[in-house]
Design a protein around this ligand. Structure first.
Ligand code: T4K
Length: 367
């Protein structure tokens, strides 16, 4: 059987059927029904955040968060990373804002705070960093920069569900954070997304944006869209959340086996455990230094493919090298370019066996 880069975590069919049974009695299938509300509260508790709204997917959650926090109205420039999934940048540009690409750090691949400040102009309105692969951004330094320059910070925490820093849930940093709850994520609601924030003044605007701008029965205040999470997806979330600890423990075992096998190989670079961070083991990225390792990232990718193993080049090309962003002028981002050319995310999911990991590593190492 093929091994793909990931495989969705799912409950048993019986467990899911039990959870969706009430929908067949009430016929309440969507529009913030009881299962939505139950999941919303459970996620507030699990992520240790004060406010959280659920969305149809992570992309719409981020796009609407940027709007709800007033950035669309303001217009201007947003400093962000070129090393991410294209959704991050699209969320900025679809709000009429201009992305300004800032280079990343070579060790954890998150935006480099040392280069942020030089990119700030009188047009800068926000920073949108990404906790890429679940690596925590330098939240303290980014927070200090934002305070100095009066900028909004919205984290793309698509990969960082359940990550904590010094015991604080990742969703507490910045003005808002978006989590993707897509089928490929550590925690999924099939498709889904969430925005966590602490200032209650955003609640109503965000809620309205995802529900056509409707404000009660008598008026529509804003020009919203439709990005509501339905009851069937919320039910999947309820089931999957029950098994989160087990799921993360199994991923951790996979991660540790990869570390054992690849951690000390000349020319292979793996991420180090970040101090104070409890990880969620969402991805297993490996950097290949072709000069030392001999084989390139692409050689390894092809060899795995020949063996029916489908690793992925997340995130290649860097966003500022994509055709749709070719017109965006800006500073060079050589580290993001180098990482995107040489990194491969190896298969990572809870059901991956340690024997599978050994087989993958044998192929990577040419054994
Ligand atoms: N920001 C960041 C940093 C993100 O990474 C993402 C999404 C977003 C924002 C936006 O969040 P969402 O709107 O998606 O909630 C996948 C995911 O679709 C996407 O969610 C994810 N990031 C991105 C990094 O990866 P593809 O096109 O690579 O997925 P696909 O269909 O090739 O699937 C990858 C593997 O996952 C498959 O080989 C098998 C497995 N899989 C896939 C699906 C769809 C399953 O096991 N079950 C499934 O249902 O984008």
């Amino acid at each position: 059987m093929s091994i793909l880069v990931t495989r969705s975590s799912m409950p048993t069919l019986e467990e899911y059927l039990e959870e969706i049974k009430p929908i067949f009695e009430s016929h309440h299938m969507t529009n913030m029904g009881p299962i939505y509300k139950k999941l919303q509260q459970k996620l507030i508790d699990y992520l240790c955040v004060s406010e959280l709204l659920l969305f149809v997917n992570g992309h719409m959650a981020l796009e609407m968060a940027i709007d709800a926090l007033g950035l669309k109205e303001k217009g201007g420039e947003v400093i962000t990373t070129p090393f991410t999934f294209v959704s991050t940048t699209h969320s900025i540009t679809r709000n009429g804002l201009t992305p300004v690409f800032c280079d990343i750090k070579p060790d954890d691949y998150t935006i480099n705070p040392e280069t942020i400040e030089a990119l700030i102009t009188e047009k800068t309105v926000a920073i949108v960093p990404v906790h890429v692969y679940g690596s925590l951004c330098d939240v303290e330094e980014i927070g200090a920069i934002a305070k100095r320059h009066n900028l909004i910070v919205i984290y793309d925490a698509a990969h960082a569900f359940g990550v904590t820093y010094k015991g604080v849930g990742v969703g507490n940093f910045g003005d808002a954070s978006m989590f993707s709850l897509h089928a490929t994520k550590v925690f999924n609601t099939i498709e889904g997304g969430a925005v966590a924030f602490h200032d209650g003044k955003y609640r109503e605007k965000l809620h309205e944006l995802k529900n056509f701008g409707i404000h009660g029965e008598d008026d529509v205040l804003g020009i919203g869209g439709n990005a509501k999470m339905d009851e069937f997806r919320a039910a999947m979330g309820i089931c999957n959340l029950r098994r989160m600890d087990e799921c993360i423990a199994r991923r951790k075992a996979v991660h540790e086996r990869y570390n054992e096998r690849l951690g000390n190989v000349p020319g292979i670079r793996i991420r180090k455990q970040q101090e104070g961070v409890s990880a969620n083991y969402s991805y297993y990225p490996v950097y290949f230094d072709r000069e030392i390792f001999g084989n390139t990232r692409d050689d390894v990718y092809e060899e795995l493919k020949l063996n029916d193993i489908f690793a992925r080049k997340y995130f290649y090309p860097a966003i500022n090298e994509l055709s749709c962003y070719a017109d965006i002028q800006g500073a060079e981002t050589p580290i993001a370019h180098d990482i995107s050319m040489n990194i491969l995310t190896l298969p990572m999911y809870e059901e991956l066996t340690l024997e599978d990991v050994d087989r993958i590593c044998d192929i990577v190492l040419g054994k």
